[in-house]
Write a protein of this length. Structure first.
Length: 304
């Protein structure tokens, strides 16, 4: 995408962001989230890796968007805070950041949050003095630990390209998602919850490929458990799920999966039945020897 196109999109986004801020006042949580994102930006501008890393959770992963908002095009970039730290130190030694950041969107539910940002400016090579223009849109997820919001993941380099990354099916990820499907169909709440990380996030994609529009519907397993406790006694599920793509990082610690599923929901009292088809995205982490679902997004929009 050309710099001219980027700047045009930036102007439009800023206008939209300005109207949004005018309609919705800041909250204590959004202020703290902006401080976290500011620490990341300030650390890059100062060349201070420690300041950057202060904004990041120990359980951290990052993705490259490959200039797309379609997760089918995303690639796992960092699978741990330590691998990110190693790359960050090399980057800050080689480059100086003269950049600004806008935060058009922040969404908070319980102890999880998402944010979108736009970085613009220049990245300057410290040795040669040559600069290159920067325009980057990101999607961030954050977790509140005690009184601090920390970054748990980001997707860098979002855009409107339609490129797709080839991926092969991973047997371990396939097995976990098959087990998740079976537990849901059997109404086995205990087994189902055991497959999710404690601080996982659940989303409704609203049939969109625009991450800023994705709505947080579950903030951790406790909220998910309450939802299941209300719903499971009254309905049964029949799920026909096919994985479209599965990607596992080179360290084997992070995975990204996209699936297509047909779901039939039948009420146990009466003969009411509802059917739908949807795309679903899952991210998974293997932190303590077992894969756990860290993010789940229903109703992912379809690529054009």
């Amino acid at each position: 995408m050309s710099l001219k196109t980027h700047l045009t999109r930036l102007s439009v986004t800023l206008l939209l962001a300005g109207s949004t801020v005018g309609e919705a006042a800041e909250t204590p949580e959004t202020i703290l989230i902006r401080q976290t994102l500011s620490a990341d930006l300030s650390g890059h501008r100062r060349g201070d890796a420690e300041l950057v890393l202060s904004a990041y959770d120990e359980d951290f992963a990052a993705y490259s968007g490959n200039e797309s908002t379609d997760p089918r095009a995303w690639q796992i970039r960092f699978e741990s805070r330590s691998s990110f730290a190693t790359s960050l130190e090399r980057d800050l030694q080689a480059n100086r950041y003269d950049t600004e950041r806008t935060v058009p969107n922040i969404q908070v539910r319980g102890n999880v949050a998402t944010a979108t940002t736009i970085d613009s400016g220049q990245v300057i090579n410290r040795q040669s003095g040559d600069g290159r223009p920067l325009y980057e849109e990101r999607l961030w997820t954050l977790l509140k630990r005690e009184d601090r919001w920390l970054v748990t993941s980001f997707v860098a380099d979002l855009g409107d390209q339609s490129s797709t990354v080839e991926s092969a099916t991973n047997s371990e990820v396939q097995a976990l998602l098959d087990r998740e499907e079976t537990a849901r169909e059997n109404g086995d709440q205990s087994d189902l919850l055991s497959l999710y990380a404690e601080y996982f996030s659940g989303y409704d994609g609203l049939d969109s490929l625009n991450p800023a529009s994705w709505k947080i519907i579950f903030s951790g397993t406790q909220e998910f458990e309450k939802y299941l406790a209300k719903r499971s006694p009254h309905v049964t599920y029949q799920i026909d799920r096919q994985l479209i793509s599965t990607q596992v990082g080179p360290e084997g610690l992070e995975a990204l999966a996209i699936g297509r599923e047909a779901v039939t929901v039948t009420h146990k009292r009466g003969d009411a039945e509802h059917a739908l088809e949807r795309n679903v995205m899952w991210t998974l982490s293997k932190r303590d020897g077992d894969w756990k679902i860290t993010n789940m997004l229903y109703n992912l929009g379809q690529a054009e």
